[in-house]
Design a protein around this ligand. Structure first.
Ligand code: 8IG
Length: 265
């Protein structure tokens, strides 16, 4: 199979060709609840169906929009918005999971913003609360890195960028993100395990992407929208419909937060 970094370069070249933007400065992966941020951060220069870019394919989850957008920010910087995340649980392997992040790096991006919808373990968090990711625990038993690639993950979720986010909203709490494989949600016992391990947020996407982003040398900001309390923390069963509803309800507020953070980068 072709080298994943070569496919990422091909994807970056295609984005440059179709958008007319030679290089990008910032990239965002927008998870559940965060999609409206793309409309607020600047002027859309190009909106490209992900299927036109090498290495991307149609997403499998309703509510995940498969477009890649180039946005001109008010400060003159260029942002690449990846609306086409591939989740590990889709079963296409870690190369496909890392492709968006590697493509961003190949377009010149130095700051990678990873957002997601996730479950909360801290019981005072309410659905609709945005939180900063401070670190992660990767429970997928996999890595996007291949071979003897020993990448340091200290301060993976940049403390500099977390501090900067708190200049926009000083009330932002943070937590350790625990990535499970999914696509099932956790059992209450698994949530208790994650809590005992030091976790505060449960999700299915961001840890593997962050590792790939660090390998590519980007600085990372991770943001979770707590759309539900994790299984057993909330007493009622989890439902995807409830998750989407919490996302929709919080969307204007968190999109505005993200736009204001990006303006400071
Ligand atoms: I949205 O409770 C969302 N994504 N693993 N657990 C996991 N992923 C999630 C959850 C959750 N909620």
């Amino acid at each position: 199979m072709a080298d994943p970094f070569e496919i990422a370069s091909l994807a970056a070249a295609k984005i440059a060709e179709l958008s007319g933007v030679k290089s990008h400065d910032i990239a965002l992966t927008l998870g559940s609840g965060w999609a409206k941020a793309a409309d607020l951060i600047g002027e859309t220069v190009a909106s490209i169906p992900a299927t036109e870019i090498p290495g991307f394919s149609a997403p499998s989850v309703v509510g995940h929009v498969a477009t890649i957008r180039s946005i001109l920010l008010p400060n003159g910087k260029h942002a690449l918005v990846l609306g086409a995340r591939t989740h590990y649980y889709e079963g296409h392997g870690v190369r496909r999971v890392a492709h968006g992040v590697r493509t961003a790096a190949a377009t010149g991006v130095k700051t990678m913003i990873l957002t997601n919808g996730a479950g909360g373990i801290k019981d005072h968090w309410k659905p609709g609360t945005p939180v900063l990711i401070s670190d992660h625990i990767n429970l997928t038993a996999n890595s996007p890195l291949e071979g003897a690639t020993f990448v340091d993950l200290t301060d993976l979720y940049s403390s500099r960028l977390r501090d900067l986010a708190r200049t926009v909203d000083e009330t932002l709490d943070d937590g350790v993100y625990v990535q499970f494989r999914g696509p099932h949600y956790e059992t209450p016992a698994e949530v208790q395990m994650a809590k005992i391990m030091g976790g505060h947020i449960v999700g299915m996407s961001t840890a593997l992407e962050a590792i790939a982003a660090r390998q590519s040398g980007m600085e990372i900001l991770g943001l979770s929208l707590i759309t539900n309390l994790a299984a057993g923390i909330q007493k009622t069963p989890l439902s995807h419909a409830e998750v989407l509803e919490a996302g929709r309800e919080a969307e204007p507020r968190i999109s505005d937060l993200l736009a204001r953070i990006i303006a400071k980068l």
